[in-house]
Design a protein around this ligand. Structure first.
Ligand code: CDP
Length: 228
């Protein structure tokens, strides 16, 4: 099998890449880097759930009510640059409301449309490779130890000028892992045909290089299947 994937030869082809993983695993940074490398549009699907959570939080809606969460699904008016989207309060509500089937259904079309663009796309989230885009050409499941993820998230929050305490963030990450993995609908799971990328011992440049290598290997394999 030719392991080398030539960007130029297949530039006109549709490339769909799914990146999934738990909180603060590095999947967002990796997805953005893949989008830039392969010149594809990128969607951070977690932002949709965060936008619903922010709506609900601002209205004083109750996250334990599926009905109220569904009312927050009109996310058109949410400013993607709103720093509050990344706050721990909103993260925690996002993780809770994302367990509701009606909320997931309300956000699914938008994600599938993005994935269906003619040239392809990169999407990152929890269920891209399993539910949103099971047909993706390359799927990565990005993970890292919970303690490493908590350290990264604290750094990220502080850099954004938001308050962050390591123990609280670690507790929250573990709670979110638990909820994301055990919910009934679209749980966080590695697709059977996804490549696992553990970033615990990698810095961001190494993680990106490894992600590109894994995706190129999948694309080269697809190319050789098409040619035979
Ligand atoms: O950046 P981080 O990984 O902490 O979170 P995110 O990707 O922005 O997602 C926020 C929350 O939305 C997560 O806790 C998930 O519960 C939920 N989510 C989901 O259920 N499905 C997705 N495709 C993306 C996010």
């Amino acid at each position: 099998m030719n392991e080398h994937y030539d960007n130029e030869n297949v530039a006109a082809e549709r490339i769909l890449i799914a990146v999934d993983g738990p909180a603060a695993s590095g999947k967002g940074t990796i997805a953005r880097a893949l989008a830039s490398h392969f010149k594809l549009p990128h969607m951070d699907t977690g932002m949709l759930y965060r936008a619903v959570a922010l709506n609900l939080w601002r209205w004083g809606g109750d996250p334990s009510s599926e009905f109220e969460a569904l009312r927050g699904c009109d996310v058109a008016a949410v400013d993607p640059a709103d720093a509050e989207l990344r706050s721990e309060a909103v993260s925690s509500i996002a993780s809770r409301i994302s367990a509701y089937p009606s909320v997931r259904a309300a956000l699914l079309d938008r994600q599938r449309q993005f994935a269906g663009q003619p040239g392809g796309a990169v999407l990152d989230g929890r269920d891209i490779g399993t539910v949103v885009a099971p047909e993706a050409d390359a799927k990565l499941f990005v993970t890292a130890a919970a303690e490493v993820r908590a350290q990264r998230r604290v750094r990220e929050l502080l850099e954004r000028g938001l308050p962050a305490h390591y123990e609280d963030v670690l507790t929250d990450i573990r709670a979110r892992d638990e909820r994301d993995t055990n919910r009934q609908i679209s749980p966080l799971a590695q697709a059977h045909d996804a490549d696992l990328l553990d970033t615990s011992g990698l810095d961001i440049d190494q993680a990106i290089a490894e992600a590109i290598r894994l995706v190129e290997r999948r694309l080269a394999a697809r190319l050789s299947t098409q040619q035979t």
